[in-house]
Design a protein around this ligand. Structure first.
Ligand code: MCN
Ligand code: CUN
Length: 799
């Protein structure tokens, strides 16, 4: 890599070249990442900086009888010890969540999950801060923990949120979508109904970089600078301002490089607020960095959906209706970070990719003695759960009817002429050609031959009793990303529009300022490519600026794969505004009417005379010069766009997984994985493929090994990477990717989001493959060897 030069790789989809000029440009940010020159929060060292450490609850549920901080305070290196009582005096012991609840910053009355924050120690170095934690004495009275979501609703279950006046149970909300009566009628009339109970287990986004903050309040100016691992810096600033009462103009949030977010870095955690309070108490900057166990035990988990799905169909497998009841385990506080009006996120897109005349879902949220969260890990606001549910149900239907799973999908997939398609629960899918993507995946995999191989293998095994068993699993997913139209959704009252500011400098280079925030997705490259395509400036000469509220316009940040659908559209529109200004400047330069100018790849020329033209660089210089501009035309070349998306974008894909299972041990080997993705127009195909690779690995992880399990006392059994298993290259096959391109009709360059597609779509394919191999109707994730072996014995384990 040479810094500042764009490398090019051959397009692996030759013949399907990206319509974007710089296609597979090598990522600009890799020049620093590959050399170890990234700058992450933990790299920030400010003069006089102190270090914080959090004392956490060993109990899942206990009353706090007393806290004695004397020992820690007398430690020679300790500067401050903060408890819930201190925060209570400041009115900050509890803070509002984005889901109409409150959450404890430091526990006052009770601890409600293992790992909950109880006290914060500030010391001269990190070791001293950690040492001093053990000098704090907390007297607890253990209470019965509620770990099982079903148990949470039992009349005699302990009330977890008894600090809320009048609360006598653990029920949080009931929510429904779809038409209950029409669905009831469809089920009553159906020739066949299949049903299945399934759990999407609690998992964790587990980014390699844990969460962290450096908070620095200048006691003289009253200005607070926060360096944090924030996926949504502007939203964080507004929330901090609301919580601590410092006006927004005196808060600056800086998100430096982020080492993976996956939704884990959307929320504001107690440690952040403690660091902010600690800097105000001590007058010095305070750093707090989580360790791995803290990250796994206390920050945004994902999923934990207990689902009962039913599918009504004709005897030949045509779907007539879908019905699902969900019990959603939200942990001790309802702290999901999602559009406020959607308590179950976008779960109600559970009719998936099929033509389903009637559908209805109910979701009941409950408190348990576990960490809060629920919306994270490339989930597109719970479309992971929705997609898994319907793809599992379709396989169960095929199993029950004795039909081929591919054939059942073929009979029900939405047809191209049905788009734009309004599904039974109200979503309007923007565009798609599902059969094309599906048939391409089957063809790439050689589906018919795989089935023949499977049949041969089964015969051999029946005769000899030896060998592994092979399984083929399919899934077809539809995503809804790019939240979202302001009329339909908001987060904490803020409409979900995002801005882009583009400035072209006098010498023709440019900077693009965005409200979204890359955590590894390559925004510095792809957003420069977007502007380059519109203006003809080399992407190397376009600096993309994100993650600093002083340098970027307001917007709600990156999650739900919304950067391309929302900020990407804003960048295009800002660039087009700049181009229109450039046209007026060029007209003045060439002394012709603006209408007589033709735009051609970075240059305006006079219609009919290619030679009479000026390039964007010359125009930029002229725009900043003494050139006389027509009345009303501003000088300089800059523009801003605030983009309010008219709809979400609906990427989709067809996945096929081939596994070999050893029936003697339950060990699963993923032999092949074919993934055909359609995210509309691809800006940088190589980056898109990278996103897909990562998501497919996620799918293998969740399907086969990842789970946050608890014992009956509420002890977290997955608090390290020894226990919480992540997939490595050893478990992943060499991915076989294909694509179709169905542009989004409402996005200015036809692009749809891709960041979460593979995580959403792949778990069902892997599970379907394993169950196909062993001939079992259903078993829950993760399909560890023990689970698979038990399922073969006819005794599926519960997670
Ligand atoms: N892209 C493209 N063409 C398209 C769509 C996207 O070239 N048609 C490029 C984009 O320009 C961008 C990348 O693909 O560089 C992802 O774009 P997008 O789908 O808009 O997703 P976001 O940038 O909004 O990223 C968020 C998404 C989410 S929500 C999670 S969770 C997740 C994911 O991205 N976390 C990630 N992928 C991740 N990848 C890495 N490396 N690290 C994470 O934390
Ligand atoms: Cu749901 S994880 Mo991503 O939307 O940050």
């Amino acid at each position: 890599l040479t810094p500042g030069t764009s490398g090019r790789r051959p397009d692996p989809f030759a013949g399907h070249a990206s319509p974007m000029g710089h296609g597979n440009m090598v990522r600009k940010e890799d020049a620093r990442f590959l050399r170890g020159r990234g700058r992450f929060v933990d790299d920030i060292r400010l003069p006089g900086m102190l270090h914080g450490a959090v004392l956490r609850s060993p109990y899942a549920h206990a009353r706090i009888l007393s806290i004695d901080t004397g020992g820690a305070e007398s430690h020679p290196k300790v500067r401050a010890v903060i408890t819930g009582a201190d925060l209570e005096r400041r009115g900050m012991a509890w803070i509002p969540t984005l889901s109409h609840d409150v959450a404890a910053v430091l526990a006052t009355d009770k601890v409600r999950y293992q790992g909950q924050e109880v006290a914060f120690v500030v010391a001269e170095d990190r070791y001293a801060a950690r040492d001093a934690l053990s000098l704090i004495e907390v007297e607890y009275e253990p209470l019965e923990p509620v770990i099982d979501a079903h148990r949470a609703l039992a009349p005699d279950a302990p009330v977890i949120r008894d600090e809320i006046p009048g609360r006598t149970d653990n029920h949080i909300f009931d929510w429904e979508a779809g038409d209950a009566a029409a669905t009831e009628a469809a089920f009553a009339a159906a020739e066949h109904v299949s049903s299945c109970e399934m759990l999407y287990p609690r998992v964790h986004p587990a980014p390699l970089e844990t969460c962290g903050i450096v908070a620095d309040l200048d006691p003289v100016s009253g200005r607070l600078v926060v360096y944090a691992t924030a996926q949504a810096p502007h939203a964080h600033r507004a929330l901090y301002s609301g919580i601590i009462g410092i006006p927004e103009n005196r808060i600056r949030i800086i998100s430096p490089d982020i080492g993976g977010g996956f939704g884990n870095k959307v929320a504001i955690y107690p440690g952040y607020l403690c660091a902010v309070i600690a800097t105000s108490i001590t007058g010095a900057p305070v750093k707090w960095t989580e360790d791995r166990s803290e990250n796994l035990m206390s920050t945004s988990f994902a999923r934990d959906f207990h689902m009962r799905g039913e599918i009504a169909a004709t005897r030949d497998g045509r779907i007539q209706g879908l019905r699902v009841q969900v019990l959603a385990d939200h942990g001790a506080f309802n702290g999901t970070s999602q559009p406020s009006k959607f308590p179950a996120g976008f779960f109600h897109i559970f009719t998936g990719s099929y033509s389903v005349p009637a559908a209805h879902c109910t979701v009941r949220g409950v408190y348990t003695n576990k960490a809060p969260g629920g919306v994270a890990y490339a989930c597109s606001f719970r479309i992971t759960e929705a997609s898994y549910l319907v793809e599992r149900l379709v396989d169960v239907l095929a199993f029950d009817l004795g039909l081929d799973a591919a054939e059942v999908r073929r009979r029900n997939l939405l047809r191209p002429e049905q788009f734009p398609y309004r599904c039974a629960t109200g979503w309007e899918y923007d565009s798609g050609d599902y059969p094309r993507a599906f048939e391409l995946a089957l063809e790439m995999a050689g589906y018919d031959e795989l089935r023949r191989e499977q049949a041969r293998g089964r015969r051999t095994r029946a005769e000899t009793g030896e060998g592994t068993v092979m399984g083929i699993g399919l899934s077809f997913f539809t995503e809804a990303v790019g939240a979202g139209p302001r009329k339909d959704m908001d987060i904490g009252g803020f409409g979900m529009a995002d801005a882009a500011e583009l400035r072209v400098h006098p010498t023709g280079s440019a900077e693009l300022r965005l409200s979204c925030m890359s955590q590894g997705q390559g925004h510095e490259t792809t957003f420069a490519q977007i502007v380059s395509e519109e203006l003809g400036i080399s992407p190397d000469d376009i600096e993309v600026i994100e993650g600093d509220t002083d340098r970027t316009p307001f917007g709600l940040g990156t999650y739900g794969s919304r950067s391309t659908p929302v900020s990407g559209a804003a960048a295009v529109m800002a660039a087009r505004k700049v181009r229109e200004r450039a046209r007026l400047v060029a007209a003045a330069m060439l002394e012709v009417s603006a209408d007589d100018l033709v735009w051609d790849k970075g240059r305006f020329h006079v219609r009919g005379d290619r030679a009479a033209g000026v390039g964007i660089g010359e125009i930029a210089l002229a725009a900043h010069s003494g050139l006389e501009l027509p009345e009303g035309v501003e000088g300089q070349l800059d523009a801003t766009c605030v983009y309010n998306p008219p709809n979400l974008t609906f990427p989709f894909g067809a996945y096929l997984c081939v596994v070999d299972v050893d029936p003697g041990t339950g060990q699963v080997t993923v032999r092949r994985f074919v993934a055909v993705d359609d995210c509309g127009v691809r800006i940088n195909p190589a980056i898109v493929e990278g996103q897909v690779h990562g998501g497919l690995a996620d799918g293998i992880g969740m399907a086969l090994m990842e789970v946050m399990a608890f014992d009956t006392d509420g002890n977290h059994l997955g608090a390290s990477f020894m226990d919480y298993l992540l997939p490595t290259s050893m478990e992943c096959p060499s991915w076989e990717l294909g694509k179709t391109v169905t542009p989004s009709p409402h996005h200015p360059i036809g692009a749809k989001g891709i960041g979460e597609s593979a995580t959403v779509g792949s778990p069902a394919a892997v599970v379907n493959a394993v169950l196909d191999a062993i001939g079992v109707r259903h078993a829950d994730m993760p399909l560890t060897p023990a689970h698979v072996w038990s399922a073969i014995q006819g005794r599926p384990l519960r997670t």
